[in-house]
Structure formats: structure tokens, C-alpha cells
Design a protein around this ligand. Structure first.
Ligand code: FRU
Length: 469
């Protein structure tokens, strides 16, 4: 469809929808959310010339996955964000069914976007083009068209380019499905972002000790962290286990070493990045000070999305908080980006037995806990967190079935940091050893209520709600 026509539809959706969306009591105060419609993956996360840029998968026209646009925000401090001109609308034949996920790099001082043009045919088949777009002087993006069509040996599910520079050349990983319907990650190299040479499969079902590991891998991201190369990806098709892989699809990583000459990646075991109910399609970038930062999507495709109550207000889903990554004993550690401490207001401190702890307001709040002994934390009427000395259990009522559902983190819990924002909870365990990220929809003025005879030392702050302008 012509770009002008798409933009008219989008403008109407925003004009007629944003007042209602802004009135939603579950609208977040400091997490990024779409002004209307559906948000999914973080895209094109990059730091350039004093600003973080974050693009996002966006269907402005409905609370459903459809033909995706790229929205665009920027921020100097990861706290105050401002809208930027819409980056991409799916107007061309090579992206007729969506400008799907991708990444950003800086080339010739300008942001370049590499994304997937998704094309579906009436017979149900599909193809994908990896496409390039370049920032112009108005902060808009000029499309340069496809630079890679579907590689031989794969189905139409080849997408989500993540591009980076190494030793003066560009590298790209793509999520893919081979003709035997196995999930893979493909590596490519280019001198100029236009000509891409395949270096083959670097990871996937049947490679480097992974047996059957899903029918499709989405959203790969490969980067150096400490002494390791970390490959993040989202496998689809893993069977649920008692305490792992309980979401419809997973987001996780393997650590190893990428041999850039041979195009080979030897890696260790797969670990989930998150043990909560909603976390998917994370993407990282390098900050000016060398930190590896990450945003994830607080949603899971096909996981009861449309039962979330924000749909009644014409919007759905938010980003996670920005996080900084490090490596500890071969595992990825995630902590809230240190910039977020600027959101804190007055500190309240308390120490004693969980049973005697005061209820705490959690609309938009942070709680830090040092723990010895068992306790239960009731999060308004919407969620329960329980520590029984062996595992942490997060539970809630499923929005579709009404049945109780559970997620687990097993280990020894000494410390917790909980971030709340009206429709989400992010629980960081032992300074980032584990995370449980979830959407939740509490009643107005929600309270956290402790019980149990464990000893707690707690700190609590209400958090500011900076404007998204
Ligand atoms: C992940 C994903 C990507 C795709 C995008 C489409 O959530 O399915 O693989 O590019 O969303 O919106």
C-alpha cells in the first residue's frame, strides 16, 4: 500500500485512540509503551551522538500482530524519552506484510537500519528480504531496499538481522528455519552493508551439542561480554519442563567463542534469560561507557495476549526496563540500568519479621530486600511471590482460563530487587543472577503485603513517572 495512505491510517489511529489509551489506570509511568496499538520487539537499539535510540515493532492500527511499522524514541539518559518521526511503514512490495525486527549501526556518521521485509502470499507461503534504510537530515529513514533475499536451504522464516562491526567488516546474524524445520542462526559478512557473503550456520538444532532445539529461532544477538561471546536467541518449539521453558516461547543465551575466520561458534549450554511470565526478543547495544545494555519486550507471542485488560483501552505491551549486562561464573547477569536510580523518591527502610512488615504501595515503586528465612509477598490481588528456602515461585491467575499458573527460579535467594510500574513487575534475584519479568494487572492503589517468619531488611521507594514527550 502507498506510504501516504498508510500514514493517513496511522494518524487517524493515533488521533482517535490516544486519549483513551492515556486514561488507562494500567498505563505505565516509566516504562515505554505504544501510544496506541500493539508494541512488540525492541529494534535498532543504539547510542549515537549523545542519544540512545530505541525503535520498536508497532502495529498502530490494532491490538493484534499484523503488518508491523517501526516506531522510534530517543533519550539522552534512558529515563526521559521523546518521540521521533515514524521510522518505517510497510509500504513496499518487499515488506508488504511488515517491516519486521532488525538492528541499527552507525555508518558514515548516520544511523543505518537493517530489518526484515516480510512478504506473505495468498497460498499461505512467505518470503523474507533483509533490507537497509538510512537516516536523513530530518531524522527520517530513507529505504535503500533489500540487500539479501532468502538464502537457499531455508523456509520463508529468515529474519531479525542483528548487525555489528568487527575488525573493519560488518557481520550479521539472522534467525532462521531450515527445510527440515529446525531453528538456526546464520552468520553473514559484508564490506559495505550492501553485499553479504554467507559464513553458514553458527548455531541451531543439531549443532554444538544442542539436539532437537526448536523449529524456529528468532531475534539473535551476538556480542562480546567479559571473555566470552554471548549469543542470545529466542527458540520456538521447546517442550515445557517442570521448572523451565514454561512460556509459549523462550528467550535465552549460550556463551562461547566465535571464530570470525571459520564462521564457527563453539558454545556451552542454553540458559533462559528470564524466569517470569513475559519476556521475549531482547536486544542489546553498547553504551558510550562500554556497558552492554539490554531492552526486552514484556510480552510473548501467542501467549494469551489479547486477554490483557489494556486492550479495552486500545493499547498493549511495554518494553522491559533497560538493563546492564555482565558475566559472573559464565552466566549472564542482568541488573536494572544504574540510570534508573534517578527515578527514586523518598526512601523508607524497615527491618524485622515478614509477618510484621508494613504494607507497601507498589503502583510505581522499587523494593529491595535482604532475606533470611521464608516469606510470601502478595502483590495486590494480582500476583504472589513465595520463597520457601529452595525455590522462588511466582504465581498468578491466568487471564484466559482463570487457573493459577506458576513460574520458578531455583537457587539460594539472599537478595531481591523488585521494580513495579502499574502493569509490570521485574524481580532481580541476587543482584541479577536471575530475573522474573511479568505483566500483571492489579487493582488501583496496589499494596505489597508480606507474611511468614523470615527476617527481612527492606528498602522502599516510590518512583517518578517521567513524561514521554
Ligand atoms: C519476535 C518476532 C520477530 C519478528 C517480529 C514481527 O517477536 O516474531 O521474529 O521479526 O516479531 O513483529
Amino acid at each position: 500500500m502507498q506510504e501516504a495512505s498508510l500514514l493517513k491510517q496511522l494518524t487517524l489511529a493515533v488521533m482517535s485512540g490516544q486519549v483513551r489509551a492515556a486514561q488507562d489506570p494500567h498505563r505505565p509511568g516509566w516504562h515505554l509503551a505504544p501510544c496506541v496499538g500493539l508494541l512488540n520487539d525492541p529494534n535498532g537499539f543504539i547510542y549515537h551522538a549523545g542519544y540512545y535510540h530505541l525503535f520498536y515493532q508497532w502495529n498502530p492500527l490494532a491490538c493484534a500482530h499484523g503488518s508491523k511499522y517501526w516506531g522510534h524514541w530517543r533519550s539522552a539518559d534512558l529515563i526521559h524519552w521523546e518521540h521521533q518521526p515514524l521510522a518505517l511503514a510497510p509500504s513496499e512490495e518487499y515488506e508488504s506484510h511488515g517491516c519486521y525486527s532488525g538492528s541499527a549501526v552507525i555508518h558514515d556518521e548516520r544511523i543505518h537500519l537493517m530489518y526484515t521485509g516480510n512478504v506473505k502470499y495468498p497460498d499461505g507461503s512467505r518470503t523474507a528480504f533483509q533490507c537497509l534504510a538510512r537516516e536523513n537530515a530530518r531524522g527520517e529513514f530513507d529505504k535503500l531496499g533489500p540487500v539479501l533475499s532468502l538464502p537457499v536451504g531455508y523456509t520463508g522464516h529468515v529474519r531479525d538481522p542483528k548487525v555489528w562491526q568487527h575488525d573493519g567488516r560488518w557481520y550479521m546474524v539472522l534467525g532462521a528455519q531450515d527445510l527440515e524445520l529446525k531453528g538456526k542462526v546464520l552468520l553473514f559478512r559484508s564490506p559495505d552493508l550492501h553485499q553479504w557473503q554467507s559464513l553458514g550456520e553458527i548455531a541451531g538444532s543439531g549443532i554444538s551439542g544442542l539436539n532437537d532445539f526448536g523449529y524456529m529461532w528468532e531475534c539473535p544477538d551476538l556480542f562480546a561480554l567479559g571473555d566470552e561471546d554471548v549469543l542470545i536467541f529466542c527458540p520456538q518449539g521447546l517442550a515445557a519442563e517442570a521448572e523451565r521453558y514454561r512460556n509459549t516461547y523462550q528467550a535465552g543465551y549460550v556463551c562461547g567463542k566465535l571464530d570470525y575466520q571459520q564462521g564457527q561458534f563453539n558454545h556451552g549450554a542454553f540458559h533462559e534469560l528470564d524466569a517470569g511470565f513475559e519476556f521475549y526478543a531482547p536486544q542489546t547495544t553498547l553504551a558510550a561507557d562500554g556497558r552492554r545494555l539490554l531492552f526486552g519486550w514484556m510480552g510473548i507471542p501467542d501467549q494469551d495476549e489479547l486477554y490483557q485488560p489494556t486492550v479495552n483501552y486500545g493499547w498493549i505491551h511495554t518494553m522491559s526496563c533497560p538493563r546492564e549486562l555482565s558475566l559472573r561464573n559464565g552466566k549472564v547477569i542482568q541488573r536494572p540500568a544504574r540510570e534508573l536510580t534517578a527515578l527514586r523518591t523518598v526512601l523508607f527502610q524497615w527491618k524485622g519479621s515478614a509477618d510484621a512488615a508494613p504494607p507497601l504501595r507498589i503502583d510505581s515503586a522499587e523494593i529491595q530486600l535482604e532475606i533470611s528465612g521464608e516469606f510470601t509477598l502478595q502483590l495486590a490481588d494480582a500476583m504472589t511471590l513465595e520463597w520457601d528456602g529452595e525455590r522462588l515461585t511466582l504465581s498468578r491467575k491466568n487471564l484466559r482460563t482463570g487457573e493459577r499458573e506458576f513460574r520458578y527460579w531455583r537457587g539460594s535467594v539472599q537478595q531481591l530487587q523488585l521494580l513495579f510500574d502499574r502493569c509490570s513487575v521485574e524481580i532481580f534475584i541476587n543482584n541479577g543472577e536471575g530475573v522474573m519479568t511479568s505483566s500483571y494487572f492489579p487493582q488501583p492503589e496496589p499494596l505489597a503485603i508480606f507474611s511468614g517468619n523470615g527476617e527481612l531488611r527492606l528498602r522502599h521507594w516510590l518512583l517518578l513517572s517521567p513524561m514521554l514527550e
